[in-house]
Write a protein that binds this ligand. Structure first.
Ligand code: PLP
Length: 400
Protein backbone atom coordinates (compact mmCIF):
# COMPACT_ATOMS: atom_id res chain seq x y z
CA UNK A 1 0.00 0.00 0.00
CA UNK A 2 1.21 3.50 -0.82
CA UNK A 3 2.76 5.77 1.83
CA UNK A 4 1.78 8.74 -0.28
CA UNK A 5 -1.99 8.34 -0.39
CA UNK A 6 -3.86 9.13 2.82
CA UNK A 7 -5.16 6.07 4.54
CA UNK A 8 -8.86 6.83 4.00
CA UNK A 9 -10.04 3.59 2.39
CA UNK A 10 -9.85 -0.13 3.25
CA UNK A 11 -8.12 -0.72 -0.06
CA UNK A 12 -7.74 -4.21 -1.44
CA UNK A 13 -4.23 -5.12 -2.59
CA UNK A 14 -4.65 -4.75 -6.34
CA UNK A 15 -3.36 -2.03 -8.68
CA UNK A 16 -5.13 -1.55 -11.99
CA UNK A 17 -3.37 -0.28 -15.07
CA UNK A 18 -6.10 -0.36 -17.70
CA UNK A 19 -9.68 -1.33 -18.45
CA UNK A 20 -11.72 -2.55 -21.39
CA UNK A 21 -15.47 -3.11 -21.41
CA UNK A 22 -16.51 -4.92 -18.23
CA UNK A 23 -12.91 -5.78 -17.34
CA UNK A 24 -10.00 -4.19 -15.45
CA UNK A 25 -6.39 -5.41 -15.75
CA UNK A 26 -3.54 -5.29 -13.24
CA UNK A 27 0.13 -4.81 -14.08
CA UNK A 28 0.70 -8.57 -14.34
CA UNK A 29 -2.09 -8.79 -16.95
CA UNK A 30 -4.55 -10.54 -14.62
CA UNK A 31 -8.10 -9.57 -15.53
CA UNK A 32 -10.95 -8.74 -13.20
CA UNK A 33 -14.63 -8.72 -14.10
CA UNK A 34 -16.15 -5.48 -12.84
CA UNK A 35 -19.47 -5.86 -11.02
CA UNK A 36 -18.92 -2.48 -9.32
CA UNK A 37 -18.36 0.11 -12.11
CA UNK A 38 -16.18 2.15 -9.75
CA UNK A 39 -19.23 2.43 -7.43
CA UNK A 40 -21.83 3.14 -10.12
CA UNK A 41 -19.61 5.40 -12.22
CA UNK A 42 -18.36 3.51 -15.32
CA UNK A 43 -21.86 2.91 -16.61
CA UNK A 44 -20.65 2.24 -20.17
CA UNK A 45 -17.79 0.04 -19.00
CA UNK A 46 -14.11 0.93 -19.32
CA UNK A 47 -12.59 2.71 -22.33
CA UNK A 48 -15.93 2.75 -24.17
CA UNK A 49 -14.80 3.86 -27.66
CA UNK A 50 -17.35 6.66 -28.28
CA UNK A 51 -16.59 8.06 -24.80
CA UNK A 52 -12.83 7.90 -25.40
CA UNK A 53 -13.33 9.66 -28.74
CA UNK A 54 -15.48 12.43 -27.28
CA UNK A 55 -13.06 13.04 -24.40
CA UNK A 56 -9.95 13.13 -26.57
CA UNK A 57 -11.56 15.28 -29.27
CA UNK A 58 -12.78 17.77 -26.68
CA UNK A 59 -9.38 17.81 -24.91
CA UNK A 60 -7.76 18.68 -28.23
CA UNK A 61 -10.22 21.57 -28.76
CA UNK A 62 -10.55 23.12 -25.30
CA UNK A 63 -10.79 21.54 -21.85
CA UNK A 64 -12.00 24.39 -19.66
CA UNK A 65 -13.73 27.74 -19.98
CA UNK A 66 -14.58 29.67 -16.83
CA UNK A 67 -18.22 30.11 -15.89
CA UNK A 68 -18.18 33.85 -16.65
CA UNK A 69 -18.68 32.76 -20.27
CA UNK A 70 -20.66 30.05 -22.04
CA UNK A 71 -19.35 27.12 -24.04
CA UNK A 72 -21.00 25.17 -26.83
CA UNK A 73 -20.50 21.75 -25.29
CA UNK A 74 -21.65 22.70 -21.75
CA UNK A 75 -24.77 24.32 -23.23
CA UNK A 76 -25.52 21.21 -25.28
CA UNK A 77 -24.97 18.98 -22.24
CA UNK A 78 -27.23 21.13 -20.04
CA UNK A 79 -30.01 21.09 -22.64
CA UNK A 80 -29.87 17.30 -23.09
CA UNK A 81 -29.65 16.66 -19.37
CA UNK A 82 -32.67 18.82 -18.59
CA UNK A 83 -34.59 17.07 -21.39
CA UNK A 84 -33.66 13.67 -19.90
CA UNK A 85 -34.97 14.79 -16.51
CA UNK A 86 -38.05 16.60 -17.87
CA UNK A 87 -40.37 13.65 -17.06
CA UNK A 88 -39.39 14.24 -13.41
CA UNK A 89 -40.30 17.92 -13.71
CA UNK A 90 -36.85 19.43 -14.20
CA UNK A 91 -36.41 22.79 -15.97
CA UNK A 92 -32.77 23.85 -15.57
CA UNK A 93 -29.45 22.72 -14.12
CA UNK A 94 -26.37 23.83 -12.20
CA UNK A 95 -23.35 21.83 -13.31
CA UNK A 96 -21.00 20.68 -10.53
CA UNK A 97 -18.28 18.05 -10.03
CA UNK A 98 -19.39 15.51 -7.46
CA UNK A 99 -22.32 14.11 -5.58
CA UNK A 100 -21.59 15.86 -2.30
CA UNK A 101 -21.28 19.16 -4.16
CA UNK A 102 -24.59 18.54 -5.93
CA UNK A 103 -26.34 17.82 -2.61
CA UNK A 104 -24.81 20.95 -1.05
CA UNK A 105 -26.37 22.88 -3.94
CA UNK A 106 -29.74 21.22 -3.33
CA UNK A 107 -29.66 22.18 0.37
CA UNK A 108 -28.81 25.77 -0.56
CA UNK A 109 -31.74 25.91 -3.00
CA UNK A 110 -34.13 24.58 -0.35
CA UNK A 111 -32.93 27.04 2.27
CA UNK A 112 -33.02 30.06 -0.03
CA UNK A 113 -36.46 29.12 -1.43
CA UNK A 114 -37.83 28.88 2.08
CA UNK A 115 -36.10 31.98 3.44
CA UNK A 116 -37.34 34.20 0.61
CA UNK A 117 -40.90 32.95 0.85
CA UNK A 118 -41.37 32.36 4.58
CA UNK A 119 -38.52 34.19 6.38
CA UNK A 120 -35.97 32.76 8.82
CA UNK A 121 -36.41 29.58 10.91
CA UNK A 122 -37.78 27.33 8.18
CA UNK A 123 -34.51 25.69 7.19
CA UNK A 124 -34.56 22.06 8.35
CA UNK A 125 -33.89 19.37 5.78
CA UNK A 126 -35.35 15.96 6.51
CA UNK A 127 -33.55 12.84 5.23
CA UNK A 128 -33.95 9.12 5.78
CA UNK A 129 -32.16 6.72 8.09
CA UNK A 130 -29.73 4.60 6.10
CA UNK A 131 -29.25 7.36 3.53
CA UNK A 132 -25.89 8.48 2.20
CA UNK A 133 -25.50 11.98 0.82
CA UNK A 134 -21.76 12.70 0.83
CA UNK A 135 -18.65 13.41 2.86
CA UNK A 136 -18.59 17.18 3.35
CA UNK A 137 -19.54 18.50 6.78
CA UNK A 138 -23.04 19.39 5.52
CA UNK A 139 -23.70 16.24 3.52
CA UNK A 140 -22.44 14.11 6.43
CA UNK A 141 -25.03 15.89 8.57
CA UNK A 142 -27.61 15.05 5.89
CA UNK A 143 -26.55 11.40 5.85
CA UNK A 144 -28.86 9.39 8.10
CA UNK A 145 -26.29 7.02 9.59
CA UNK A 146 -24.95 7.58 13.12
CA UNK A 147 -21.56 6.06 12.30
CA UNK A 148 -20.82 9.14 10.17
CA UNK A 149 -21.61 11.55 13.01
CA UNK A 150 -18.99 10.56 15.58
CA UNK A 151 -15.85 12.45 14.64
CA UNK A 152 -16.10 15.64 12.66
CA UNK A 153 -18.53 17.80 14.58
CA UNK A 154 -19.81 20.38 14.94
CA UNK A 155 -21.81 19.54 11.84
CA UNK A 156 -24.03 21.89 9.86
CA UNK A 157 -27.21 22.21 11.86
CA UNK A 158 -30.75 21.81 10.60
CA UNK A 159 -30.97 18.16 9.54
CA UNK A 160 -33.44 15.59 10.85
CA UNK A 161 -33.57 11.87 10.04
CA UNK A 162 -36.60 9.61 9.95
CA UNK A 163 -37.00 5.92 9.11
CA UNK A 164 -37.77 5.20 5.45
CA UNK A 165 -41.19 3.67 4.89
CA UNK A 166 -42.70 5.24 8.02
CA UNK A 167 -45.45 7.53 6.71
CA UNK A 168 -46.57 8.59 10.21
CA UNK A 169 -42.99 9.68 11.07
CA UNK A 170 -42.78 11.49 7.74
CA UNK A 171 -46.05 13.32 8.38
CA UNK A 172 -44.79 14.38 11.81
CA UNK A 173 -41.31 15.39 10.63
CA UNK A 174 -42.50 17.52 7.70
CA UNK A 175 -43.41 20.47 9.89
CA UNK A 176 -44.59 23.31 7.68
CA UNK A 177 -43.13 25.92 10.05
CA UNK A 178 -39.57 24.60 10.26
CA UNK A 179 -38.85 22.32 7.28
CA UNK A 180 -37.53 23.54 3.92
CA UNK A 181 -36.93 20.26 2.13
CA UNK A 182 -37.02 16.48 2.10
CA UNK A 183 -33.95 14.83 0.54
CA UNK A 184 -34.43 11.18 -0.40
CA UNK A 185 -32.89 8.38 -2.48
CA UNK A 186 -35.67 6.44 -4.22
CA UNK A 187 -33.32 3.46 -3.94
CA UNK A 188 -30.70 3.78 -1.21
CA UNK A 189 -27.33 2.57 -2.41
CA UNK A 190 -24.63 2.75 0.24
CA UNK A 191 -26.64 1.04 2.96
CA UNK A 192 -27.34 -2.04 0.85
CA UNK A 193 -29.81 -1.29 -1.99
CA UNK A 194 -33.04 -0.33 -0.26
CA UNK A 195 -35.88 0.72 -2.60
CA UNK A 196 -38.51 2.92 -0.95
CA UNK A 197 -42.10 1.73 -1.24
CA UNK A 198 -44.53 3.31 -3.70
CA UNK A 199 -46.80 4.31 -0.79
CA UNK A 200 -43.97 6.10 0.99
CA UNK A 201 -42.80 8.04 -2.08
CA UNK A 202 -46.38 8.96 -2.93
CA UNK A 203 -46.96 10.19 0.62
CA UNK A 204 -43.69 12.14 0.50
CA UNK A 205 -44.67 13.84 -2.76
CA UNK A 206 -48.18 14.62 -1.53
CA UNK A 207 -47.12 16.01 1.87
CA UNK A 208 -44.31 18.07 0.32
CA UNK A 209 -46.69 19.54 -2.25
CA UNK A 210 -49.37 20.35 0.36
CA UNK A 211 -46.86 22.02 2.71
CA UNK A 212 -44.66 23.70 0.11
CA UNK A 213 -41.66 21.67 1.31
CA UNK A 214 -39.23 20.88 -1.50
CA UNK A 215 -39.10 17.24 -2.62
CA UNK A 216 -35.44 16.66 -3.46
CA UNK A 217 -34.34 13.36 -5.00
CA UNK A 218 -30.74 12.29 -4.58
CA UNK A 219 -30.31 10.22 -7.76
CA UNK A 220 -26.53 10.23 -7.54
CA UNK A 221 -26.27 6.44 -7.31
CA UNK A 222 -29.70 5.27 -8.51
CA UNK A 223 -30.14 7.73 -11.40
CA UNK A 224 -28.81 7.92 -14.95
CA UNK A 225 -30.40 4.66 -16.01
CA UNK A 226 -29.01 2.47 -13.22
CA UNK A 227 -32.46 1.18 -12.24
CA UNK A 228 -33.74 0.92 -15.83
CA UNK A 229 -35.39 4.35 -16.10
CA UNK A 230 -33.35 7.52 -16.50
CA UNK A 231 -34.34 8.63 -12.98
CA UNK A 232 -35.22 5.98 -10.41
CA UNK A 233 -38.14 7.96 -8.98
CA UNK A 234 -39.82 7.88 -12.42
CA UNK A 235 -40.78 4.32 -11.53
CA UNK A 236 -42.87 5.57 -8.66
CA UNK A 237 -46.04 5.95 -10.68
CA UNK A 238 -49.13 3.87 -10.48
CA UNK A 239 -49.83 1.50 -13.35
CA UNK A 240 -51.98 4.08 -15.14
CA UNK A 241 -49.07 6.53 -15.12
CA UNK A 242 -50.59 8.69 -12.46
CA UNK A 243 -49.60 9.32 -8.89
CA UNK A 244 -50.19 12.02 -6.27
CA UNK A 245 -53.83 12.95 -6.73
CA UNK A 246 -53.80 11.90 -10.35
CA UNK A 247 -50.72 13.89 -11.37
CA UNK A 248 -47.40 12.39 -12.49
CA UNK A 249 -44.76 12.44 -9.78
CA UNK A 250 -42.48 15.45 -10.10
CA UNK A 251 -39.59 16.49 -7.86
CA UNK A 252 -38.55 20.04 -7.02
CA UNK A 253 -34.82 19.27 -7.11
CA UNK A 254 -32.80 16.32 -8.44
CA UNK A 255 -29.11 15.70 -7.80
CA UNK A 256 -26.88 13.61 -10.06
CA UNK A 257 -23.18 12.65 -10.20
CA UNK A 258 -21.32 9.30 -10.46
CA UNK A 259 -22.38 7.87 -13.87
CA UNK A 260 -23.27 11.29 -15.26
CA UNK A 261 -20.12 11.52 -17.37
CA UNK A 262 -19.26 7.80 -17.46
CA UNK A 263 -16.00 8.13 -15.48
CA UNK A 264 -15.11 11.81 -15.75
CA UNK A 265 -15.96 13.79 -12.59
CA UNK A 266 -19.32 15.53 -12.96
CA UNK A 267 -22.29 16.42 -10.79
CA UNK A 268 -25.54 18.29 -11.35
CA UNK A 269 -28.32 19.96 -9.39
CA UNK A 270 -31.53 20.18 -11.40
CA UNK A 271 -34.42 22.42 -10.47
CA UNK A 272 -38.13 22.19 -11.27
CA UNK A 273 -40.73 24.89 -11.92
CA UNK A 274 -40.82 26.13 -8.32
CA UNK A 275 -37.08 26.25 -7.86
CA UNK A 276 -35.67 27.12 -11.29
CA UNK A 277 -35.13 30.80 -10.42
CA UNK A 278 -33.98 30.42 -6.80
CA UNK A 279 -30.26 30.79 -7.56
CA UNK A 280 -29.28 34.23 -8.79
CA UNK A 281 -25.85 35.55 -9.78
CA UNK A 282 -23.47 35.28 -6.83
CA UNK A 283 -25.49 32.61 -4.96
CA UNK A 284 -23.53 29.59 -6.08
CA UNK A 285 -20.55 28.62 -8.20
CA UNK A 286 -17.88 26.04 -8.90
CA UNK A 287 -14.66 26.54 -10.84
CA UNK A 288 -14.78 23.19 -12.57
CA UNK A 289 -18.58 22.94 -12.84
CA UNK A 290 -19.54 22.41 -16.47
CA UNK A 291 -16.00 21.41 -17.39
CA UNK A 292 -15.89 20.83 -21.12
CA UNK A 293 -14.37 17.35 -21.03
CA UNK A 294 -16.97 16.27 -18.48
CA UNK A 295 -19.72 17.84 -20.61
CA UNK A 296 -18.49 16.09 -23.77
CA UNK A 297 -18.39 12.77 -21.89
CA UNK A 298 -21.80 13.46 -20.36
CA UNK A 299 -23.31 13.99 -23.80
CA UNK A 300 -22.17 10.50 -24.84
CA UNK A 301 -23.69 9.00 -21.67
CA UNK A 302 -27.00 10.78 -22.28
CA UNK A 303 -27.15 9.90 -25.97
CA UNK A 304 -26.39 6.25 -25.22
CA UNK A 305 -28.31 5.61 -22.02
CA UNK A 306 -31.43 7.72 -22.43
CA UNK A 307 -32.97 5.49 -25.13
CA UNK A 308 -35.94 3.29 -24.33
CA UNK A 309 -34.35 0.14 -25.80
CA UNK A 310 -31.12 0.71 -23.86
CA UNK A 311 -33.02 1.30 -20.60
CA UNK A 312 -35.13 -1.81 -21.26
CA UNK A 313 -32.01 -3.97 -21.59
CA UNK A 314 -30.78 -2.66 -18.20
CA UNK A 315 -34.05 -3.82 -16.66
CA UNK A 316 -33.78 -7.17 -18.49
CA UNK A 317 -30.23 -7.84 -17.33
CA UNK A 318 -31.12 -6.86 -13.77
CA UNK A 319 -34.10 -9.22 -13.74
CA UNK A 320 -31.93 -12.00 -15.16
CA UNK A 321 -29.28 -11.45 -12.45
CA UNK A 322 -31.79 -11.37 -9.62
CA UNK A 323 -33.77 -14.40 -10.80
CA UNK A 324 -30.57 -16.39 -11.31
CA UNK A 325 -29.40 -15.68 -7.73
CA UNK A 326 -32.86 -16.48 -6.36
CA UNK A 327 -32.89 -19.74 -8.33
CA UNK A 328 -29.78 -20.93 -6.46
CA UNK A 329 -31.92 -21.21 -3.34
CA UNK A 330 -28.63 -20.84 -1.57
CA UNK A 331 -28.72 -21.39 2.19
CA UNK A 332 -26.38 -18.41 2.67
CA UNK A 333 -28.60 -16.00 0.69
CA UNK A 334 -31.35 -14.41 2.75
CA UNK A 335 -32.77 -11.87 0.28
CA UNK A 336 -32.15 -10.55 -3.22
CA UNK A 337 -33.52 -7.11 -4.04
CA UNK A 338 -33.00 -4.19 -6.37
CA UNK A 339 -34.05 -2.37 -9.48
CA UNK A 340 -32.32 -2.74 -12.84
CA UNK A 341 -28.57 -3.21 -12.40
CA UNK A 342 -28.60 -2.02 -8.78
CA UNK A 343 -28.75 -5.22 -6.81
CA UNK A 344 -28.30 -6.10 -3.15
CA UNK A 345 -27.89 -9.61 -1.79
CA UNK A 346 -28.32 -10.16 1.96
CA UNK A 347 -26.11 -13.00 3.09
CA UNK A 348 -25.67 -14.68 6.45
CA UNK A 349 -21.93 -14.02 6.63
CA UNK A 350 -19.67 -10.97 6.57
CA UNK A 351 -19.38 -9.38 3.16
CA UNK A 352 -15.74 -8.29 3.49
CA UNK A 353 -14.16 -11.79 3.21
CA UNK A 354 -16.46 -12.46 0.24
CA UNK A 355 -15.15 -9.29 -1.47
CA UNK A 356 -11.57 -10.36 -0.79
CA UNK A 357 -12.14 -13.88 -2.11
CA UNK A 358 -13.85 -12.43 -5.19
CA UNK A 359 -10.86 -10.20 -5.98
CA UNK A 360 -8.50 -13.15 -5.77
CA UNK A 361 -10.78 -14.98 -8.22
CA UNK A 362 -10.87 -11.98 -10.57
CA UNK A 363 -14.25 -10.44 -9.69
CA UNK A 364 -14.90 -6.96 -8.29
CA UNK A 365 -17.97 -6.62 -6.08
CA UNK A 366 -19.03 -4.17 -3.37
CA UNK A 367 -20.62 -4.44 0.02
CA UNK A 368 -23.43 -2.28 1.38
CA UNK A 369 -23.58 -2.83 5.11
CA UNK A 370 -21.71 -5.63 6.83
CA UNK A 371 -23.66 -8.59 5.43
CA UNK A 372 -24.87 -7.28 2.10
CA UNK A 373 -23.25 -7.76 -1.30
CA UNK A 374 -23.86 -4.91 -3.74
CA UNK A 375 -23.67 -5.40 -7.51
CA UNK A 376 -23.50 -2.36 -9.81
CA UNK A 377 -22.15 -3.71 -13.11
CA UNK A 378 -21.74 -1.57 -16.23
CA UNK A 379 -24.93 -1.28 -18.31
CA UNK A 380 -22.97 -2.76 -21.23
CA UNK A 381 -22.15 -6.02 -19.44
CA UNK A 382 -23.02 -9.11 -21.49
CA UNK A 383 -25.20 -12.01 -20.37
CA UNK A 384 -22.22 -14.36 -20.41
CA UNK A 385 -20.17 -11.96 -18.26
CA UNK A 386 -23.06 -11.84 -15.79
CA UNK A 387 -23.05 -15.67 -15.73
CA UNK A 388 -19.27 -15.77 -15.16
CA UNK A 389 -19.41 -13.29 -12.30
CA UNK A 390 -22.35 -14.97 -10.60
CA UNK A 391 -20.63 -18.34 -10.84
CA UNK A 392 -17.69 -16.91 -8.88
CA UNK A 393 -20.05 -15.51 -6.22
CA UNK A 394 -21.75 -18.88 -5.94
CA UNK A 395 -18.40 -20.71 -5.58
CA UNK A 396 -17.43 -18.36 -2.74
CA UNK A 397 -20.77 -18.78 -0.98
CA UNK A 398 -20.29 -22.54 -1.34
CA UNK A 399 -17.02 -22.13 0.57
CA UNK A 400 -14.74 -22.79 -2.40
C1 PLP B 1 -26.74 8.55 -3.01
C2 PLP B 1 -25.42 9.25 -2.92
N1 PLP B 1 -25.39 10.56 -2.71
C3 PLP B 1 -24.24 11.24 -2.63
C4 PLP B 1 -23.03 10.61 -2.76
C5 PLP B 1 -21.74 11.39 -2.69
O1 PLP B 1 -21.17 11.47 -3.96
P1 PLP B 1 -19.64 11.89 -4.15
O2 PLP B 1 -18.81 10.79 -3.59
O3 PLP B 1 -19.49 12.07 -5.62
O4 PLP B 1 -19.45 13.17 -3.40
C6 PLP B 1 -23.00 9.23 -2.98
C7 PLP B 1 -21.72 8.50 -3.06
O5 PLP B 1 -21.62 7.33 -2.87
C8 PLP B 1 -24.23 8.53 -3.06
O6 PLP B 1 -24.27 7.21 -3.25
Amino acid sequence: MSDFLMNTYHRLPVTFVRGEGSWLFDAAGKKYLDFSSGIAVNCLGHAYPPLVRAITEQAAKCSHVCNYYQSDVALAFAEKLVAACAPGGMKNVFLANSGAEANEGACKIARKYSLKKYGPGRHTIVTLRGSFHGRTITTLAATGQDKFHTTFGPFTEGFAHIPGGDIAALDKALDQKTVAGLLIEAVQGESGIVPQSVEFIEAAARLCAERDILLMCDEIQCGMGRTGTFLAFEQYRTADGACVDGKPLKADVVTLAKALAGGIPAGAVLAGEKTRAVFEPGDHGSTFGGNLIAAAAGLVVLETVNQSAFLAQIRGKGEMMMSEIRAWNHPRVKEVRGRGLMIGVDIDLDARPVLEAAVSKGLLILSGGTQILRFLPPYTISDSEIEQGLEIVREILNGN
